[in-house]
Design a protein around this ligand. Structure first.
Ligand code: IMP
Length: 429
């Protein structure tokens, strides 16, 4: 098996980090290929909890090489903090981490721009970004004229590039950003900071594209770690309430440089219910006590921003769409334990839009906002399943729930998760 992908099927936060950590030992290399510090992947190892933002979730195993590929946008201050945080806990990420020279850098002006534009209302609502400069950095990447890549940190022209860009950004942002934020864009200081980044990251940066192609030719196994979720995909998600990268399975090749011919296995990850952070339509959102209960039991607060996550029932219309889009072979169904104590559980099987029943996920956010979920009600199991370790030991109503989800999205379940620990995982494949 050449490359296995782990892809979120909802709006992110599906507990992909846990799955990647578990699958990593079966692979030689773990690759992050899109997104940046907007991601927050939690890995629990015994009593230790690790929160990773840029660094691939295979970093806890010293045998595994971890690659940050060109499609990721890197905020060096945060990446260095992450590296140092791991070192303080006895892990040695500098030994098994490689950063692409082609990856783009989130610069101080991107934070100013994100803050300034995040206030804007699009389609009646704010996007509610993570304020990590992600959108502005990707915007410059596509625009090219003001982009900064990791390789530029080592260039002789770094100083002039920074002063030109600072001048241009100050001009462009003069009507958008707050005066104090604009003042903070000091070319001299930014150049000093970049020189420090270069000194720290220099030994880690390399041509990861050729490295991965060589390793694949040599028979190595890759694990591709998706960030965010398919519904936040820039092209196929709930636009404009999305992130700025291809967060569905279609983004793997573009972001990593690994051609499709090597991708042999795609695992879709979904929670047994739904969550979303930030703005945008969310048909099954529960604004009542039940939503609050899911939030509290599931500890649904953002890893990156600490924001309370919006919670709701499982949306099979949305996940059927993303399972097809991401081309998944099987489903990893997470957080089954959170639904342990409900008398009944609802699953959205279709939407009602303008008086009509639809089974297709709409393309326009305005339409999705008008969709009313059509629910099927299933009996709850009212038993704590966090200690279950075999499929046969699940209460029959929990089995019924999983079978129905699998049937609705037309994909078999391959993994079940009943808690944050590694042991609380049941592999069915
Ligand atoms: P950005 O990626 O910071 O530009 O944010 C765009 C949208 O994606 C916002 O609604 C964020 O809350 C959401 N988002 C970004 N990253 C994540 C993530 O890792 N998990 C969940 N939502 C995310």
């Amino acid at each position: 098996m050449a490359a296995t992908c782990v892809i979120g099927l909802q709006w992110g936060d599906e507990a992909k980090g846990k799955l990647v950590d578990l699958l990593a030992p079966r692979n030689d290399i773990v690759v992050r290929y899109q997104g940046g510090a907007n991601a927050g992947h939690t890995v629990v190892c015994g009593s230790e909890v690790y929160k990773l933002h840029h660094i691939p979730s295979g970093i806890l195993s010293s045998q595994i090489t971890n690659v940050i590929a060109p499609g990721v946008v890197i905020e060096p201050n945060m990446l260095i903090k992450e590296i140092e945080g791991l070192e303080a806990r006895g892990i040695e990420p500098r030994k098994n981490l490689i950063i692409s020279e082609r990856a783009h850098v989130v610069m101080p002006w991107h934070f100013v721009e994100d803050k300034a534009t995040n206030r804007a209302v699009v389609a009646g609502e704010s996007i509610g970004t993570t304020n990590r400069g992600i959108g502005p950095c990707y915007r410059d990447k596509v625009g090219r004229t003001h982009a900064m890549r990791i390789t530029d940190l080592f260039s002789d022209q770094l100083k002039s590039k920074i002063s030109d860009t600072v001048a241009a950004k100050r001009h462009m942002l003069s009507h958008l950003a707050e005066a104090a934020d604009l003042e903070s864009l000091d070319a001299e200081k930014i150049h000093e900071q970049c020189s420090r980044w270069a000194a720290t990251l220099g030994s880690l940066s390399a041509d990861t594209t050729n490295f991965l192609l060589d390793e694949l030719d040599a028979g190595k196994r890759l694990l591709m770690e998706g960030a965010q979720g398919s519904l936040l995909d820039i092209d196929h998600g709930t636009y404009p309430f999305v992130t700025s990268s291809n967060a569905s399975g279609v983004g793997v090749s573009a972001g990593s440089g690994v051609p499709a011919k090597w991708i042999t296995n795609v695992i879709g990850v979904a929670k047994a219910y739904s969550t979303r952070v930030g703005g945008g339509p969310f048909p099954t959102e529960l604004l009542d006590e039940t939503g609050q209960r899911i939030r509290e039991i599931g500890r649904e607060y953002g890893t990156t921003t600490g924001r309370p996550r919006r919670c709701g029932w499982f949306d099979a219309v949305a996940v059927r769409y993303t399972a097809r889009l991401s081309g998944i072979h099987y489903l990893s169904l997470m957080m089954m334990d959170v639904l342990s104590h409900f008398d009944t559980i609802q699953v959205c099987v279709a939407y009602e839009l303008n008086g009509e029943r639809i089974n297709r996920f709409p393309c326009r956010a305005e339409d999705l906002r008008k969709c009313k979920p059509i629910y099927e009600t299933l009996p709850g199991w009212n038993v704590d399943v966090s200690n279950v370790r075999n499929l046969v030991d699940f209460p029959s109503n929990a089995r019924r729930y999983m079978d129905r989800i699998s049937e609705l999205i037309s994909v078999p379940i391959g993994v079940l998760s009943v808690g944050p620990d590694r042991e609380q995982t049941i592999f069915l494949i």
